[in-house]
Design a protein around this ligand. Structure first.
Ligand code: NAD
Ligand code: MG
Length: 401
């Protein structure tokens, strides 16, 4: 029986994780849950899964949840605050952590889980983008296991030789005949949208992904293809490859979730319906397989497999992220932090869709030469970049950057 802590349980990945767990009660038990502020969904999850502990980051929401649980005679300990996230992710009572908080807010709890030798299922790509080598060094120094949840990285993992699957963070892919990682992406909702109308794209349009149902932040990232950029950086660290060994391939149907090309000409692909419960079930049960509640792929109704090269004029954020990956850690940390501020401002109708790129580019330029060699320095740089990007938004200076 695996004993699981779900960080970000009320979000899209969190809910899908609990769905897979519910289907396999003989294998998985929920020990702790954590979320930011969604008391209603957390209360329902407490009723259904009866965890020992839950964390609501905000103290006021924790109080409301505690009162509701008491009314229903549910004896569940409710904690609050960021330190509590790190505590439940590293406790002896659990062996597995689903890291599904969105954004750099997930960094410290995920890092704590690694240092506590847990089996870490990583959905929170921003943690790895933000800290890169520092995160991987901590992984190497620990007895923790890292398994990718992001559908592309989970697909790549599944297409790797068995021995390399055991070495996430320190793979030697060239030695095992791999010559390229083919990172697929749908191109999002604006793949064929007129470029001249990009200025007027609304948050509602940007959040309507053609194939995947996801949280708002990653939906906007998919529309700008910053998501693929963050995944590019994520792939570099997970599979220990150089940026030159990763190629982004647009595949609008999202049936192939990514591929690995070998030097003998073979290309291995992992396919399936676009449903995150597949990679979640894979990582939860690895190396075994369990029911995920996902329909089999029907090749007779699957329309077609199309592929194209990404257009950087349409997706400047993707280019910015690939360049940041080549530049170094400060560029990646700055890009991620700026992007979180810019996406939030866009979702609040404070800036235009096209301003996201301007804020990101300006922030990377400003902070690219900083040195980040420890987790504390990552957190400090992240916070300075956020202040800088917020100033650009608040001063309404976007048009001048
Ligand atoms: P979401 O917005 O639906 O959910 C985010 C979760 O994190 C919620 O439970 C929320 O309460 C919690 N949270 C938000 N801010 C927090 C904070 N400051 N402290 C603690 N908890 C906080 O997001 P999502 O779509 O589930 O994505 C989660 C992560 O998984 C992201 O890093 C995303 O890039 C990654 N991911 C998601 C998908 C997907 O299909 N949704 C696919 C691949 C990767
Ligand atoms: Mg993905």
């Amino acid at each position: 029986m695996r004993k699981i802590c779900v960080l970000g349980s009320t979000g899209s990945i969190g809910v899908s994780t609990l769905d897979v767990i519910k289907r396999n009660p003989e294998r998985f038990s929920v020990v702790s849950l954590a979320a930011n502020s969604n008391v209603e969904v957390m209360f329902e999850q407490c009723q259904r899964f009866k965890p020992e502990k839950v964390v609501m980051v905000s103290e006021s929401h924790a109080k409301v949840l505690q009162a509701r649980l008491s009314e229903h005679d549910l004896a569940i300990e409710v904690l609050s605050g960021e330190q509590a996230l790190c505590d439940i992710a590293s406790e002896d009572s659990i062996d597995t952590v689903m890291a599904a908080i969105v954004g750099a807010a997930g960094l410290l709890p995920t890092y704590a889980a690694i240092k506590a030798d847990k089996r870490v299922l990583l959905a929170n790509k921003e943690a790895l983008v933000t800290s890169g080598q520092i995160f991987i060094d901590a992984l190497q120094a620990s007895k923790a296991t890292l398994l990718p949840i992001d559908s592309e990285h989970n697909a790549i993992f599944q297409c790797l030789p068995w021995a390399e699957q055991e070495k996430v963070g320190a793979c030697q892919l060239t030695a095992h005949g791999v010559n390229k990682i083919l990172l697929t992406g749908s191109g999002g909702p604006f793949r064929t949208y007129p470029l001249t109308e990009f200025n007027d794209i609304t948050p509602e349009q940007a959040c309507k992904h053609p194939n995947w149902d996801m949280g708002k932040k990653i939906s906007v990232d998919s529309a700008t293809m910053m998501n693929k950029g963050l995944e590019f950086i994520e792939a570099k660290w997970l599979f220990n490859v150089e940026p030159e060994d990763i190629q982004v391939v647009l595949h609008p149907q999202s049936t192939i979730h990514s591929m690995v090309q070998y030097k003998d000409g073979s290309v291995l692909a992992q396919m399936g319906n676009p449903d995150m419960r597949t990679p979640i079930a894979h990582a939860l049960a690895y190396p075994e397989r369990v029911d995920a509640g996902v329909d089999n792929l029907d090749f007779f109704t699957t329309a077609s497999f199309d592929f194209q090269a990404p257009d950087f004029e349409r997706y400047p954020n993707l280019k910015l992220a690939i360049d940041a990956c080549k530049s170094g850690q400060a560029a990646c940390t700055a890009l991620n932090a700026a992007n979180e501020i810019a996406v939030e401002a866009f979702l609040n109708n404070e800036i235009k869709f096209t301003d996201i790129f301007k804020i990101n580019e300006t922030s990377v330029k400003k902070f690219v030469l900083e040195q980040v060699t420890s987790i504390e320095e990552v957190v400090h740089l992240d916070s300075r970049v956020r202040q800088f990007a917020t100033t650009i938004v608040k001063d309404n200076a976007v048009n001048h950057v």
